[in-house]
Design a protein around this ligand. Sequence first.
Ligand SMILES: [Zn+2]
Ligand SMILES: [Zn+2]
Length: 101
Amino acid sequence: MEKLNCLRCGAEMKFLAREKIQLGQTGWFLGDLGNLLAGALETAIFTCPKCGKLEFFQGDLFDDEGVETGKMAETTCPKCGICYELDSPKCPHCGAKNENW
Ligand SMILES: [Zn+2]
Ligand SMILES: [Zn+2]
């Protein structure tokens, strides 16, 4: 993957952790995104060793070492309209069957 550089000081961001974030408690940084997703959000957290800035990414784009896994094949739920992984047998949001599975 390409190096992530700090938006503030330009230093190379270091992978810190993957965290499951319970939506509803952390709306302060997700903003409106929290309204689109239900339950827990998997995030990958990177930190800048120079200025301490934290950056959050959608965790399913990274593996446990913080290496970008690339965009997963996704399908759109015909019932509720969200995108989810193509290899999932049903919609994680509303439970509708994945017709492409
Ligand atoms: Zn920085
Ligand atoms: Zn759905």
